[in-house]
Design a protein around this ligand. Structure first.
Ligand code: ADP
Length: 473
């Protein structure tokens, strides 16, 4: 038997059973089935009421004598008065009450208790006690308008039972309802406990969610402040630094008078270090602008083959000095243009090519190539099953391949983080700031493109840029 829906009891109330209500715990349909089976067995009508007097279920056999009396004015009012009294009668203890009817029949009223508390009552009847053999005087008086013959004929048709039997039936029924109540209470308690624990977990989850959101908001705000701070500082440092570089250049050129070789060497060191510092400051500025989304791209149709040629000419002197071969491998017929900022795309390729030359020992080679490729438009590009069904787009694929020192697999993700360097020791062989790749990554994001790295064979690394062909039609 399932508990009534809508029962909304407090857990504390449930465990103390102080608010347990019959109507909350029993299913009326099932209760009806149970009492109908009693009526079929014993032939006596049964009604079950809640503590508030609400009828929860009944199985009633209309008696012929009752039907007859209800058709007569006197009989009807006498019947109504008996029924009203029976309805009002409610035993407070386990002591049953037997209420007599003017017909000589009786009603047996038994309290339903749960955990020492009255939760309802059962009314059995009317039934005719075994000792009533003739039409009693009370019936004759109450229904003066009735035919005595009819009464004599109809009264014996009423179910007969001994008071003791009815008491036993009531007792038995009480036992059955007790069991039903107990299991209903158990089910209700379990479901309420379950609900309460789900509610509690949900509340905890919500709580954690709020705290996470707060932390995230704070971090975002801090990040924004950091980017602003870096942008301001870099900007303020750039102006005096440009003067330092400019004046040391002038000194080096002898504009302020000739210098001794030692003085020239010192001035050149000041200029070189100043330029290094300026590069770092410019990188920081770029990064903070890219992070805050305030970098304005000047978009045109960019010829990527020309970009590669420009980068190679820029880097040729350095590569030659380092004894690294530098070459371009692009289709002779050219490539479709991409929509983007030519200077920023060149900056990205230059960063990769500079790294490639820097991390390639003498005798090695660096090759810049470009071709039309396809890119699956989702992060799960590596998932072969997904790649087959995911939409793809046309991209220009620029590859910067070197035969240098290579990058261990576990470092390949991290090198795109700002300031990350595979060798970050103070004794490291290669210079740099660790900002180049993070700028490349953000520049690609700003172009709706992507940068990735894979090993070159037999040694070295290949950095791949993918820029969509029709990004801004
Ligand atoms: P930087 O070159 O100024 O240190 P980057 O952000 O450009 O900073 O690169 C981050 C790190 O990634 C480098 O310090 C280096 O360890 C590694 N790296 C980048 N390019 C290459 C490459 N072509 N070969 C080997 N390692 C590389």
């Amino acid at each position: 038997m399932k508990p009534q829906e809508g029962a909304n009891l407090d857990i504390d109330d449930l465990t103390t059973t102080k608010n347990v209500r019959l109507e909350d715990l029993i299913d009326r349909e099932s209760l009806k089935e149970v009492i109908t089976s009693f009526v079929t067995l014993f032939g006596i009508s049964v009604r079950v009421y809640s503590a508030d007097g609400e009828k929860l279920a009944d199985a009633v056999e209309q008696q012929d004598i009752c039907k007859y009396l209800n058709e007569l004015p006197d009989g009807r009012s006498a019947c109504a008065a008996t029924v009203a009294t029976v309805k009002r009668t409610s035993p407070e203890t386990m002591e049953d009450i037997v209420h007599p009817c003017f017909t000589g029949a009786r009603y047996h009223i038994a309290a339903l208790m749960y955990d020492g508390r009255r939760v309802g009552r059962i009314v059995l009847g009317p039934y005719l006690p075994a000792e009533v053999k003739e039409v009693p005087g009370s019936l004759m008086t109450a229904a003066r308008d009735a035919q005595p013959d009819q009464l004599r004929q109809l009264l014996p048709r009423m179910p007969r039972a001994r008071a003791e039997t009815v008491h036993n039936v009531a007792e038995h029924m009480r036992g059955v309802l007790d069991l039903i109540l107990f299991s209903g209470h158990k089910a209700l308690l379990t479901s309420q406990m379950h609900l309460a624990s789900v509610r509690e977990s949900y509340r905890e989850l919500q709580d954690k969610n709020h705290r996470l959101q707060d932390a995230y908001d704070k971090l975002r705000e801090l990040d924004r402040l950091k980017s602003n701070f870096i942008a301001t500082i870099s900007h303020e440092l750039r102006t005096p630094l440009t003067s330092i570089i400019g004046y040391s250049e002038m000194l080096g050129e002898g504009i302020a008078g000739s210098l001794t070789s030692d003085q020239l060497e010192f001035v050149n060191t000041i200029r070189e270090k100043g330029e290094q510092l300026l590069t770092l400051i410019m990188s920081l500025l770029d990064l903070s602008k890219l992070e805050s989304g305030s970098l304005a791209l000047v978009k045109t149709d960019v010829d990527v083959c020309k970009t590669l040629d420009d980068v190679v000419s820029l880097l040729k002197p350095n590569a030659t000095k380092a004894d690294v071969q530098l070459a371009v491998d692009a289709p002779a017929e050219g490539l479709p243009t991409v929509r983007g900022d030519a200077n920023r795309i060149r900056q990205a390729v230059l960063n990769l090519a500079e790294n490639a030359v820097k991390f390639t020992p003498a005798g090695g080679s660096v090759t810049l190539s470009a071709k039309v490729g396809r890119q699956v438009m989702d992060e799960a590009e590596d998932d072969i099953g997904f790649a087959l069904i995911a939409p793809a787009r046309s991209v220009i694929e620029i590859r910067v391949a070197d035969t240098g020192i290579g990058i261990p697999e576990h470092e390949r993700e991290k090198i795109f983080d700002p300031f990350y360097q595979v060798d970050s020791s103070s004794t490291r062989e290669y210079g740099g700031t660790g900002l180049g790749l993070s700028i490349v990554q953000r520049l690609m994001q700003a172009h709706d493109g992507k940068v990735s790295v894979e090993p070159n064979h037999p040694k070295g690394s290949v950095f791949i840029l993918k820029i969509p062909i029709d990004v801004d039609p």
